[in-house]
Design a protein around this ligand. Structure first.
Ligand SMILES: Nc1ncnc2c1ncn2[C@@H]1O[C@H](COP(=O)(O)OP(=O)(O)OP(=O)(O)O)[C@@H](O)[C@H]1O
Length: 584
């Protein structure tokens, strides 16, 4: 129950819908139970007693009751749905809000498919219970309890004998539930695996096609698909086996009712109308009891869904604004690292060790080193995507923790190796970080990123809508839109993380030209594997295994014989041939 209690804030504001829905349900159930009583009265006191003149009154009364039942059913269903959908509307928004603020640390280990299924299937599971399951449970208790009460009121001995088989029914339902519950869980797990497979396949279609792995992928999907099919068939088998047994038990009750009830009518211990009423009442007990497994199953599924939703909502947002954090519209861009050490996870190796450097405003710092040497980690710490394990990072003389996250991130423009573009217009993509930018500012940013000309060649210019992941544009074009996006926020710090490594030489030259223009007056960090991309930097920091091993200008670094930088330079420029021969 704790799960439902903890999610109370989402459904409690709509409790009135629930209460009215349940009150109307009480009316529906009440009228349902009145039906066998009317039947009994009609047979015993009207038909058998020869009071035929009362028949029209009973008929009209019956029609009125059914009309009331119809109206009550309408309100019960509608308000129940309203209660569920409004509650999960808030819940879904809260989950999405949470996802926006969860730290990168969380996303490092999260799987997209899993998160998607939490926000869709689990939220739906929870809604279904709120809208439907809860009312069903109340309905069941009322229908079974009151039907039994009426039976005992009419004839305790007939009620006892007829209900004799009920413990067997309950036992069967219990056994059914024990089997079907894990089977349902398996179905959901298998379904999640199948959707994750599809999602991964679509995201990685480039790799699949380029390695001709289509048939391999079809095979892998077939495995998941057949697993889902088998689990479904297994569960259907359980349903198919148990339902006839439950129905059989219900029919045994009817046979007992017919035998003993008939005997009681013959011996005039009860009136025929009572026997007829019993026929309706018995199914009011058997039917809901057969559904008990389904309702319990729904309850435990929605509880499990609720737990999975709470896991997301409870996730710690370890990177947040300090209470007295400064909000600064425009920073100068003086970045300092003081003895910074960083480890992503307590079990991981150190990603950065004792990093110290100064990046004065307007200067360009180049970061170079082997893959995994810690270049990106440095820039991620500047953006405060992660908190360093030790040491201090300052911007304009203040520890970055003293600023609001918005101040920092609004002042940092980032262009990554592969930039993500939203499936919206080019104009919206460029102004994504600065939604108030005017059209002139957007065009200016695009011009400075050398993107204006090719945008104007597109059929709808700046209004061209891009496909998912920026489809329809070349890598270099996407990259230039990403640069325009970074320029549009007019950042004081610019981070270019391998921004030109995925494009051809001609595009690189164009992008480089764009960068030169953009870098003016901004503190820039260039991460690159190609020396040509960062040789003009004011200081180049060479990293190896998380440590700074060399630093200086291009010319200073070239003077270090056998130095890391010198070796990279030799491979890339000078003794390329000789080096390759030596390496053989
Ligand atoms: N999110 C993360 N979680 C755990 N470890 C990480 C994470 N990101 C990076 N690392 C580890 O930290 C170390 C430094 O990685 P980083 O990405 O900073 O290197 P890099 O020099 O930018 O490499 P590359 O040139 O390949 O991009 C590596 O050992 C890497 O495995």
């Amino acid at each position: 129950m704790n799960t439902f209690k903890r999610l109370k804030e989402f459904y409690w504001p709509y409790k009135m819908y629930f209460i009215i829905s349940i009150l109307t349900l009480l009316a529906v159930t009440g009228i349902t139970l009145v039906y066998p009583i009317i039947l009994q009265q009609t047979i015993d006191n009207i038909v058998l007693a020869g009071n035929y003149h009362l028949v029209p009154y009973v008929a009209v009364g019956f029609i009125i009751l059914m009309a009331i039942k119809g109206v009550a059913t309408y309100y019960h269903q509608y308000l129940g749905d309203l209660f569920g959908i409004r509650s999960v509307y808030e819940l879904r928004n809260a989950l999405y809000r949470k996802l926006q603020f969860l730290p990168f640390r969380y996303y490092d280990n999260a799987r997209t498919g899993d998160l998607m299924s939490r926000l869709t299937a689990d939220v739906e599971g929870f809604r279904f219970f709120l809208s439907f399951g809860c009312a069903q449970l109340i309905n069941l208790l009322m229908l079974v309890g009151l039907s039994m009460g009426i039976m005992f009121f009419y004839s305790p001995s007939l009620a006892l004998l007829t209900l004799g088989a009920m413990p067997f029914l309950v036992l069967t339902v219990y056994r059914f539930d024990k089997k079907v519950h894990p089977a349902f869980k398996d179905i959901r797990k298998s379904f999640a695996q199948m959707t994750t497979k599809v999602q991964e396949n679509i995201s990685g279609m480039n790799t699949v096609k380029s390695l001709s792995k289509e048939n391999f992928e079809i095979g892998r999907f077939e495995d998941k698909n057949s697993d889902y099919r088998d689990k479904f068939i297994y569960t259907s088998g359980i349903w198919a086996r148990f339902f006839p047994i439950m129905e059989l038990i219900g029919h045994i009750c009817v046979v007992v009712l017919l035998g003993y009830g008939g005997y009681l009518v013959i011996t005039e211990a009860i009136q025929p109308g009572v026997l007829v009423a019993f026929f309706s009442l018995i199914w009011y007990i058997v039917g809901p009891l057969m559904n008990l497994g389904f309702i319990i199953n729904m309850f435990s599924q929605s509880k499990a869904s609720g737990e999975r939703l709470l896991q997301v909502l409870d996730e710690k947002e370890d990177i947040f604004d300090q209470p007295e954090a400064l909000h600064v519209e425009r920073l100068e861009g003086y970045v300092e690292f003081k003895d910074v050490t960083h480890q992503y996870d307590s079990e991981d190796e150190m990603a950065l060790k004792n990093i110290t450097f100064d990046a004065p405003p307007g200067k360009t710092i180049g970061l170079i080193g082997a893959t995994g040497s810690g270049k990106t980690s440095i820039t991620q710490l500047i953006s405060r995507f992660y908190e360093p394990s030790r040491g201090e990072i300052l911007i304009d003389g203040q520890p970055i923790k003293n600023y609001t996250l918005k101040s920092i991130r609004h002042n940092i423009g980032v262009v990554l190796q592969e930039s993500f573009l939203f499936s919206s217009s080019i104009k919206d993509n460029i102004s994504y970080g600065s939604p108030n930018a005017s059209m002139d500012q957007i065009i200016d940013a695009a011009k400075r990123a050398q993107a204006h000309d090719f945008i104007m060649d597109l059929p709808n210019g700046y209004d061209t809508v891009l496909g998912e992941r920026g489809m329809g544009l070349s890598g270099g074009q996407k990259q230039r839109i990403a640069i325009a996006r970074a320029i549009c926020i007019d950042p004081c710090i610019l981070i270019l993380d391998d921004a030109t490594s995925a494009v051809d030489m001609e595009t690189e030259a164009k992008i480089q030209a764009a960068f030169e223009e953009v870098m003016k007056g901004r503190t820039t960090f260039i991460i690159a594997h190609r020396i040509s991309s960062l040789m003009h930097a004011d200081e180049i920091i060479v990293l190896d295994n998380g440590e700074i091993v060399e630093r200086g200008t291009h010319h200073e670094l070239l003077q270090i014989t056998d130095g890391h930088y010198r070796k990279i330079y030799d491979i890339q420029f000078k003794d390329r041939k000789t080096f390759l021969q030596e390496a053989q």
